[in-house]
Write a protein that binds this ligand. Structure first.
Ligand SMILES: [Zn+2]
Length: 299
């Protein structure tokens, strides 16, 4: 019997649905910052390593090193960061730290740091000890994570100052009597105020990533970051102490500034000619980047 006139039923059905549709569309348009957020992209970070390697070996004093420094400055400026450069003499070199500043100019501030120079020799390489390290992971990965953070953080309203600091002359230690962590040491000695914390990333791209607690790092800050990673389900962060590193975080710790070193020191290609792009992965970079993004924006 309703074969002849099914239409009235259909009309009533849709009219009855209208209030529900209206209600759900209102709920859907509610502002949701999570929905708007630009998230850290591991694939883009991997590209940023590739771009650094295209300059050549970023050895202090070389043209490639100067060019990668200029490129870091440009990348920061393109993403809306204020940039300051800090030049300093060290032996025959002109050192250059690069500082990207975001958020308000006052308040408790946080530093994310890494080194951008690469090692002039591969002294852990039995076959080619005098060849420079290509530095996909050692040098390349930390810069990539910080520059991808520069992109994602430009869209955020930061409630405290954030500095992205690229240290020079970290990785020539032991060569012809040179010291380690030269750039970061100069940097902290010339700070007028102290940041509330400093987080160093170094060798954070290993495709086979294990990020153990580093024994010299500030235990409270370290626990906080590893907990964020655990909440995000990132298994590469392992909350067990393993290595003790002399890295850029030591410069901060010496002055009593809470600092940590996020580093995968179980990297068999460390200081060899095999530290190449095929040994790092987008996924590893992404786990570190998203953990730092999440930690910063929830603190
Ligand atoms: Zn190194």
């Amino acid at each position: 019997m309703n074969k002849l006139n099914p239409f009235p039923f259909v009309v009533h059905f849709w009219i009855a649905l209208l209030p529900i549709l209206f209600f759900t569309s209102c709920v859907g348009s509610t502002y949701n910052p999570e929905f708007e957020r630009v998230v850290f992209d591991g694939a883009r970070a991997l590209e940023l390593i590739q771009m650094q390697m295209a300059f050549g070996d970023r050895i202090p004093g070389s043209e490639a090193h100067a060019m990668v420094g200029d490129w870091i400055v440009q990348e920061l400026q393109d993403h809306g960061w204020r940039v300051e450069e800090q030049f300093f003499p060290y032996r025959e070199f002109q050192g250059r730290n690069i500082i990207g500043m975001g958020g308000p100019t006052e308040g408790e501030w946080v530093i994310f740091g890494t080194h951008y120079d690469t090692r002039p020799i591969s002294d852990r390489d039995e076959d080619n000890p005098w060849t420079p390290v290509l530095g996909a992971n050692d040098g390349g990965s930390g810069v990539a994570v910080l520059l991808e953070l520069a992109r994602v953080l430009q869209n955020e309203v930061l409630d405290r100052p954030v500095w992205l600091v690229f240290f020079d002359l970290e990785d020539s230690g032991g060569i012809d009597g040179m010291e380690w962590i030269v750039g970061s040491t100069f940097f902290v000695e010339h700070l007028q105020e102290h940041p509330s914390e400093a987080i160093i990333v170094d060798m954070v791209g290993d495709a086979d990533q294990q990020l153990y607690y580093e024994n010299n790092s500030d235990p409270f800050l370290m626990e906080e970051i590893w907990e964020v990673a655990a909440e995000m389900g990132y298994s590469s962060f392992i909350p067990i102490g393993k290595h003790s590193m002399l890295d850029d975080h030591i410069a901060f710790l010496r002055l009593g500034i809470p600092a940590i070193d996020i580093i995968d020191f179980d990297y068999p290609y460390w200081h060899t000619t095999q530290d190449t792009l095929d040994k790092v992965s987008a996924e590893s970079l992404e786990q570190v980047g998203r953990t730092l993004q999440s930690w910063l924006l929830s603190n």
